[in-house]
Write a protein of this length. Structure first.
Length: 500
């Protein structure tokens, strides 16, 4: 029997009323395992109304209460990490170890939110004038929304709602309709931790649900992670409706390999960063820029390692890479490989025809490696979001830097070198928001913020870390003058000395 995923509104499951459902497939088999309810405008409004009602009390709840609930949620999340990982594997397809890693990264942000009290401290200046003090405080916004992608159905929501809730806001999540079950499990754990009804809500759906959140007058801020075209749309639309927006877009992350680099380490890093999670992540390395004469040797080392990756169902402990999320996406990724030679690239590995015995209907694609790729090729210009690694050749550091900086994306980048001076120049000169030095996937830890530059970020705030706290609160400055008690009305003596 096909499972039904409904909405979570006001602390309980609410059956979808639209009659419209989206199919959720098991990527390893291609079979539809779940139908997810798509929300109407009225259902989105109901979720926002529940969040608004809850904000009346949650926004005034003590920091101690918020932290206590988040600590309980953190314990429940830790205890249920395997169960959540299994849901991710069943609907997304990534191998279990990747799914566990996703939960662990989300857990890190929950832990940051548990200690949010430090980030919410205000400032005070005394005696800025005679008996005048000025204080700065941060207060919650109200109802905020998160719109999250399919590739990290647990981690990306946890980049948003723990900090938002810890700051005193209430939250409406619209997760990807391709893998919705992890979000529902998280909602259940939050309720079990004691989160009041309505503080966290989940509505599923498509553009109807998204557009209503973007225009709803009671939604004060919107967080988004996804492709660049949709990020631009989210930012434009929500901003036009007076909302605060952080919209993280796509990427084309480069790894610059200098001639002095440890090529074995660089090859290991390129393989894990390009093909981990089947390349379905915005921090994947999808372009290696080889400097000088080391290109041939580096490509050979990458090929040797890539050929050994075992591809299979995500619930098979021996699998190192799973299938892609949908057949449509698999076919699109394959098209970049089958069309690469005509655009001037050398196809070293072609995974476009790969399949797994016994799972022929799954959304399979193998490892692909393209060498000597021209910058005019679609395989280089587009965010492929699959296990396709392109290699470009340049003669000098300066040429490689210029190539990277010419990209419209500026999410993450890395340099591999033994030269500290070259690494220092690169981290200062490269136009990207996150830089790795001999680190292929420079995703910041929770107490530093995640975000790119250029077409990889729309809005002024990065996500989580200090930027997350600032995004989910607004500053207020209070200037105060109190009369000295000694200046009280005649006939009233409070016992204070007459000192002026």
């Amino acid at each position: 029997m096909t499972k039904i995923v409904n909405h979570w509104i006001g602390g309980k499951t609410v059956e979808g009323a639209s009659g419209t459902y989206g199919p959720v497939t098991d990527p390893a088999t291609g079979a539809v395992t779940t139908n997810v309810a798509f929300a109407t405008v009225d259902e989105v409004d109901a979720a926002v109304a529940a969040a608004k009602d809850a904000y009346a009390t949650w926004g005034k709840a003590s920091l101690a209460k918020r932290s206590t609930i988040l600590f309980k949620f953190r314990a429940l999340l830790d205890a249920n990490r395997d169960a959540i990982a299994e849901l991710i594997t069943a609907e997304h397809g990534k191998v279990h170890s990747d799914a566990l890693g996703e939960v662990a990264r989300g857990l890190e942000i929950v832990e940051l939110a548990c200690g949010i009290t430090v980030q919410l401290k205000g400032e005070l200046s005394t005696e800025v004038a005679s008996r005048v003090d000025v204080s700065s405080i941060r207060q919650p916004l109200g109802v905020v929304a998160g719109i999250t992608p399919f590739n990290f159905p647990a981690m990306v929501p946890m980049w948003m709602f723990p900090i938002a809730i810890a700051c005193g806001n209430t939250f409406v999540l619209k997760p990807s309709e391709k893998d919705p079950s992890a979000a529902m499990k998280i909602a259940e754990l939050l309720a079990e931790a004691g989160l009041p009804d309505g503080v966290f809500n989940v509505v599923h759906g498509d553009k109807v649900a998204v557009d209503r959140l973007l225009e709803h007058p009671d939604v004060k801020a919107v967080s988004f992670v996804g492709s660049t075209p949709i990020a631009r749309y989210i930012h434009t639309t929500a901003s036009a409706n007076g909302k605060r927006v952080q919209a993280l877009g796509g990427a084309k992350n480069h790894m610059l390999v200098l001639p002095d680099a440890d090529l074995d380490a660089a090859a290991d890093a390129a393989v894990s960063a390009a093909y981990g999670s089947a390349g379905e992540r915005c921090m994947a390395i999808s372009a290696v820029v080889a400097v000088g004469a080391i290109g041939d040797e580096l490509v050979d080392k990458i090929r040797e390692r890539a050929e050994k990756i075992k591809i299979g169902p995500g619930n098979d402990p021996t699998s190192e890479m799973g299938p892609l999320i949908t057949k449509v996406h698999r076919d699109k990724v394959a098209s970049y490989v089958t069309g690469a030679a005509a655009e001037g690239a050398e196809v070293v590995l072609d995974g476009s025809g790969f399949t797994v015995d016994g799972f022929e209907d799954g959304h399979w694609i193998g490892i692909s490696l393209l060498d000597k790729v021209p910058t005019t090729a679609k395989a280089y210009q587009d965010e492929i979001f699959g296990p396709v690694l392109t290699v470009l050749r340049v003669d000098t550091y300066e040429e490689g830097l210029a190539l990277i900086n010419a990209s419209p994306f500026g999410n993450g980048t890395a340099i591999f070198t033994r030269d500290g001076g070259a690494a220092r120049r690169f981290q200062l000169e490269v136009e990207a928001g996150m830089v790795g030095v001999n680190v292929p996937i420079p995703v910041p830890v929770g107490y530093h913020s995640f975000g790119g530059w250029k077409d990889s970020l729309f809005g002024d705030h990065h996500i989580y870390g200090n930027d997350g706290t600032h995004f989910y609160t607004r500053g207020k400055v209070v200037t105060t003058r109190w009369p000295d008690p000694a200046d009280g009305p005649s006939g009233v003596d409070l016992g204070f000395p007459r000192n002026h």
